[in-house]
Design a protein around this ligand. Structure first.
Ligand code: CFM
Ligand code: HCA
Length: 532
């Protein structure tokens, strides 16, 4: 029985039928293998996914530091997303609200009689007490069910208080994961915030102005990227949205180039900004030493400027020099080890490069909520419907239930993208880096995680809070790649060393030799998962 069959073996017919297409074993460098993804999880299986609200409020809007993001709903969703994501922020003007949890705290009577008055009052208080640059409202499940008109409340508040107030209908039940929430958030930012400062777009393309899209400053990653980019001579106009600000976003349309760091949560904004403001974009990766070097050279190539190119090489040499000794030390310690990675989107692929820098091979990988292009390397086109008659960006609509996102593209751009897609030239997903004897699983559940740990016996498994301790009880070290536990940054050159140090410490701690998990000495209960 191969690894894939062993993972599927205990499933009932119905569960087997669902899960079999989400699990792929690769025998050679992957593309064009296919995998099922972005579909509803099987109820009853313990999975790590979040919801639409988590993607909208938690991931994309939450890191904006000068903006009050109000959770409209009962207190639980606001409370349990309070401070759990380690998106760091530091506001020079003191306007930093990310450590607060704002919620309308809907009670039973509000659910029965409606919560619009309460929401209006919450906005009033937030504006009076905090004087934010903008207010954003994120709905949780019950709000969609009772039908509060949050757009009407936002419009009234905007007039009354003279402040931008944007409503997001990102109820948790929409779509199948956080992914739908990313798009709802992005569409709102695109429609209402980006470019709203109306300042002139520089005609000259060589002003070296960048936006970083999909960098959320977890553990300070964004700060490390900015440090390097500024040292080379670039100006960072806006970061979406780590340590980000509403204010900076209003000027984001004046950048020359968009760098797309997270390849899942934000790629639509890059394409929308290309259509609306003609800003080119490239997918980058600041995770890993070789990947950072490749990324910096690619950006320099884009601008094709001798001074920038020269400076890029100088900065690479300086940074490499600083880490040389530790790089060698950890490479010697870690070469030959194996790892598993299971995170939400991008990172399960990005971190494979960083592990390779230290000689660690990824044998198990998967995404919680990625789409097929993240695995297979095709472009975003399968999700984009052509509206050939219109260039009007305002016509973007989102249908999270069907995961269909309509973007108005002009015909030439659509054809250009489709060509890239067909040729599989532009960007390749995770499969191309998963070689012989590895397994890729979409939307892992805890049973499957236990199974692959038994089969592959990796030296370390990177994941999140929901499965970390279950993995450690299995005798396998587990570091978090969402929050970096309490560490970071992991990005760029110096971050790589911090990551390698944490990996080495986790693997080599003597604690693993002092425990004997029960299944090493006793047989465990066997059963069938799920009923026919
Ligand atoms: Fe992008 Fe992210 Fe990720 Fe993501 Fe997330 Fe995150 Fe993540 Mo947690 S935006 S897809 S929705 S890189 S919060 S910073 S760590 S699951 S892999
Ligand atoms: C989210 C946020 C999360 C959760 C992390 C985890 C994050 O998806 O809502 O499960 O450990 O990075 O904070 O992905």
């Amino acid at each position: 029985m191969d690894a894939r069959e062993a993972v599927l073996d205990k499933y009932s017919g119905r569960v087997f039928k669902n899960r079999k297409d989400h699990i792929v074993e690769l025998d050679e460098a992957g593309v064009p293998k296919e995998i099922a993804s972005n579909s509803r999880s099987v109820p009853g299986l313990m999975i790590n996914r979040g919801c639409c609200y988590a993607g909208c409020k938690g991931v994309v809007l939450g890191p904006l530091r000068d903006t009050v993001v109000i959770t409209h709903g009962p207190i639980g969703c606001g409370y349990y997303t309070w401070g759990t994501r380690r998106n760091k922020a530091d506001a020079p003007d003191g306007r930093n609200f990310i450590q607060y949890s704002f919620s309308t705290d809907m009670q039973e009577t509000d659910i029965v009689f409606g919560g619009m008055k309460k929401l209006h009052q919450a906005i009033k208080e937030a504006v009076e007490i905090f004087q934010p640059k903008a207010v954003m409202i994120c709905s949780t499940c019950p709000i969609g069910l009772i039908g509060d008109d949050i757009n009407a409340v936002a419009a009234t508040a905007e007039k009354e208080f003279g402040i931008t107030c944007i409503a997001y209908s990102c109820e948790g039940y929409k779509g199948v994961s956080q992914s739908a929430g990313h798009h709802i958030a992005n569409n709102g930012l695109m429609k209402r915030v980006i470019g709203s400062a109306k300042d002139e777009i520089p005609k000259e393309k060589k002003t070296f102005r960048l936006n970083i899209l999909g960098e959320y400053n977890i553990g300070g990653d964004g700060w490390e990227q900015e440090r390097i980019l500024k040292k080379i001579g670039y100006e960072v106009v806006a970061v979406l949205t780590g340590d980000g600000s509403y204010e900076a976003l209003t000027h984001a349309h004046t950048a020359n180039l968009n760098l797309v760091q997270c390849h899942r949560s934000i790629n639509y904004i890059a394409e929308m900004m290309k259509t609306k403001y003609n800003i080119d974009w490239i997918k980058v990766n600041f995770i890993g030493i070789d990947e950072t070097i490749r990324t910096l050279r690619e950006i320099a190539d884009y601008f094709d400027d001798e001074t920038i190119k020269k400076r890029t090489e100088e900065v690479i040499a300086e940074e490499l020099e600083e880490i040389a000794e530790e790089r060698e030390f950890y490479r010697n310690k870690l070469t030959g080890k194996t790892a598993g990675i299971f995170v939400g989107g991008s990172r399960s692929h990005h971190y494979q490069h960083l592990l390779m820098d230290f000689g660690v091979k990824t044998v198990i990988a998967g995404y919680e909520f990625a789409h097929r292009d993240d695995y297979e390397g095709r472009e975003v086109i399968p999700d984009i419907k052509l509206d050939a008659d219109s260039k009007n960006i305002e016509q973007i609509t989102v249908e999270p239930d069907q995961q269909l996102f309509h973007v108005a593209l002009d015909k030439a751009r659509f054809d250009e993208l489709r060509k890239k897609n067909v040729e599989l030239e532009y960007y390749k997903g995770m499969f191309k880096d998963m070689g012989d004897g590895t397994i890729t699983i979409d939307d892992f559940n805890h049973y499957e995680t236990e199974k692959v740990l038994e089969i592959f016996k990796p030296d370390i498994f990177y994941s999140g809070i929901k499965d970390k301790y279950m993995i450690m009880k299995k005798g396998v070290p587990s570091n978090q790649l969402h929050s970096y536990d309490y560490s970071g940054p992991y990005a760029c050159f110096k971050g790589s060393i911090t990551f390698a140090r944490n990996t080495y410490l986790s693997i080599s701690t003597p604690a693993w030799n002092m425990m004997t998990p029960p299944w090493r000495t006793k047989s465990t209960l066997e059963g069938t998962l799920g009923d026919e």
